[in-house]
Write a protein that binds this ligand. Structure first.
Ligand SMILES: Nc1nc2c(c(=O)[nH]1)N[C@H]1C(S)=C(S)[C@@H](COP(=O)(O)O)O[C@H]1N2
Ligand SMILES: [Mo]
Length: 319
């Protein structure tokens, strides 16, 4: 697995005036991010350009830190080292290949076992649900990780509005299917469109976010524009990108990775240093931008918030 990052010719910190860089840091401190809480400043609804490409990439880490005090991964790394198989299996090729992806107009259909099914336009979603900034660690199953300052709203707030019925036990998510724009969707090795799923209580947990931006900018295409899931205590592949369907269902849904290699990728996929992938250890990880590996934390460091969801479950059998 190639884990090298391409050289970044100009560091954002070199082209951002110091006063802007430091005022951002001061703002974040005031908002309490560095003080150890998870959630943070609410943001005004964003405009929706079709090409939110970074003409002015945010400063390196821009003052964002997670609740463990780790700085955000530089914007240039978050937007040039991507897993998005619809475009390429080469992490450094996703950004250029996704540049022409159409992300506006965009709708998300929420349906299935709900009292009030609804198809939302992106503008509705941004206007209706409170946008928050949350700095989360993303731990890829390939044993690298990043710290990403997301903008988004809780999946719970959306699900409450559509009113799941008592039969709804799981949530199924689907990425847009557009093989003309997403050449990777012509690959016979995977079942397209990309699908993912959560148990309803996981979906309703306050950590679970529908993210619409990062670093305070609209979501870059390569990161799953215009809206993607973020489930920070699970391996990165659960955080499905470019969502068009959210269905409440009775049975545990199929997922792309569980279908492709069920012995390697379970439905739960909680970050667990004690359960190795059949072909490599999950005990340590490489934070993008750092040289030394660091130990991987159970539930990616979010055990306090989510371990209770799995009480009584054998997490080695339910990997
Ligand atoms: N639709 C879709 N969603 C996806 C993927 C993908 O290939 N297609 N890759 C997943 C994997 S393996 C990871 S690690 C994260 C990567 O998100 P990032 O590129 O924003 O870091 O997205 C996840 N969501
Ligand atoms: Mo991943």
């Amino acid at each position: 697995m190639n884990q090298n990052l391409s050289a970044v010719p100009i560091r954002p910190s070199e082209i951002t005036p110091k006063d802007v860089y430091f005022s951002r840091r001061d703002f974040i401190k005031t908002a309490g991010v560095a003080a150890g809480s998870l959630a943070l400043a609410s943001c005004a609804p964003q405009a929706l350009p079709d090409s939110p490409a970074s003409e002015n990439p945010p400063a390196t880490d821009a003052g964002f830190t997670d609740e463990l005090g780790d700085p955000a991964t530089p914007y240039n790394d978050i937007t040039n080292y991507n897993n998005f198989y619809e475009f390429s299996t080469d992490k450094e090729a996703v950004a250029p290949l996704s540049a022409g992806f159409t992300t506006s107009p965009w709708t998300v259909e929420v349906y299935g076992l709900v009292n009030k099914p609804k198809t939302y336009g992106m503008e509705d979603l941004l206007a209706k649900f409170t946008q928050e900034e949350r700095v989360y660690r993303l731990r890829c199953v390939e044993a690298w990780s990043m710290v990403i300052p997301w903008t988004g709203f809780t999946l719970a707030s959306l699900l409450k509005e559509v009113e799941p019925t008592s039969d709804a036990k799981y949530v199924r998510f689907e990425t847009v299917h557009r093989p003309d724009e997403m050449k990777g969707q012509n690959s016979p090795f995977y079942v397209w469109p990309y699908q993912e799923g959560l148990r309803l209580d996981e979906a309703l947990n306050d950590l679970t976010l529908l993210a619409t931006g990062l670093y305070g900018e609209p979501m870059p295409k390569q990161d799953g524009a215009p809206i993607r899931l973020v489930v920070p205590w699970k391996y990165g592949f659960k955080s499905i990108k470019s969502i068009v369907k959210i269905e409440l269902v009775r049975e545990q849904p199929n997922t792309l990775w569980n279908t492709a290699a069920p012995n390697e990728y379970g439905f739960y996929s909680n970050v667990n240093p004690d359960v190795p992938h059949p072909r490599w250890s999950q005990a340590t990880e490489r934070r993008i931008g750092e040289f030394n590996r660091r130990p991987t934390l159970p539930f990616n460091g979010y055990a306090e918030q989510v371990a209770s969801l799995y009480q009584g479950m054998d997490l080695k059998a339910n990997y």
